[in-house]
Design a protein around this ligand. Structure first.
Ligand code: DGL
Length: 279
């Protein structure tokens, strides 16, 4: 019998732009042995203010591109894409494209952590307008914890401020204070706040400053990394298809130079990127 050769490929990590780098860093810390391809659709970001149809279309194009590069497993390291496109891709597209491949998101691993952290079940959610309007977090929380309450607060100014490297000044302090105060006006008895956008860890210090000290802040990177580790341990058939040379390739739909410069803010590291086209 001839030996069947197994296709091994990097794990794909997709985000609308730079935010997914906060997830990638934690995944690489937890699982350094694998190869990764990071794809940022910077030319068409932000996704946070776009419609369902467009976020789904763009995300599917990115997933298809990563599949064409051989990826067997793709992580949507973007809350907006996870909220607006993941279910449809998993349920409607994957069965036709390739039922053996997998696409996973960031919402489920984040929500699973809530029972370990929240005491009173009053959860604040900070996210892009798209993530908040989608209701995806609320639906996922209620699946696991029907009695929990979710208070969503859209923070439309935060992603542009972060991407322009304005994370530490009075203007940003104002906009962090403004959205936190709007969140706390909805419900003052919140005990846990989810940073439901992969960009927001860069505003952690300001968010911490404006939130009452007893409130827990849930940052997603390590939760998604632990969940992926667990997934690969439970799915040896997928683990065997992930290549292991410890490399990371960075792809962007915008200029390579611009991507490398801004990525340095998220990774505290110098990288090189390649430009690709989607769509
Ligand atoms: N990284 C995206 C998220 O986690 C937000 C950025 C965007 O609006 O494109 O939702």
């Amino acid at each position: 019998m001839p030996q069947l050769t197994m296709t091994q490929a990097p794990i794909g990590i997709f985000d609308s732009g730079y935010g997914g780098l906060t997830i990638l860093s934690e995944i690489r810390k937890a699982l350094p042995q694998y190869d990764y391809i990071y794809l940022g659709d910077n030319a068409r970001a932000p996704y946070g203010t776009r419609s369902f149809e467009i976020v789904y279309k763009f995300t599917l194009e990115a997933v298809q591109y990563l599949f064409d590069r051989g990826c067997q497993l793709v992580i949507l390291a973007c809350n907006t894409a996870s909220a607006k496109a993941l279910r449809t891709i998993q349920q409607n597209d994957l069965p036709h494209i390739d039922p053996q491949r997998r696409v996973l998101g960031v919402i489920r691993p984040t929500v699973e952590a809530l029972s370990r952290i929240s005491n009173n079940g009053n959860i604040g959610l900070l996210g892009t307008p798209g993530t908040i309007q989608s209701g995806s977090y609320t639906a996922e929380v209620h699946k696991l914890y029907p009695k929990f309450n979710v208070y969503g607060q859209a923070c439309p100014m935060w992603v542009p401020l972060i991407e322009n490297n304005e994370t530490d000044n009075e203007g940003t302090d104002y906009f962090v204070g403004k959205y936190i105060s709007e969140l706390m006006t909805q419900e003052s008895n919140i005990d846990t706040v989810i940073l439901g956008c992969t960009h927001y860890p860069l505003l952690y210090n300001l968010i911490r400053k404006h939130l009452p000290a007893h409130i827990n802040i849930l940052s997603q990177g390590s939760l998604v990394a632990d969940s992926l580790k667990d997934y690969l341990a439970r799915h040896p058939e997928m683990e065997e298809r992930c290549s292991t040379h410890g490399t990371c390739t960075y792809l962007t739909t915008e200029s390579e130079r611009k991507f490398a410069d801004t990525a340095a803010l998220f990774l505290q590291d110098n990288i090189t990127a390649q430009k690709i086209e989607l769509g």
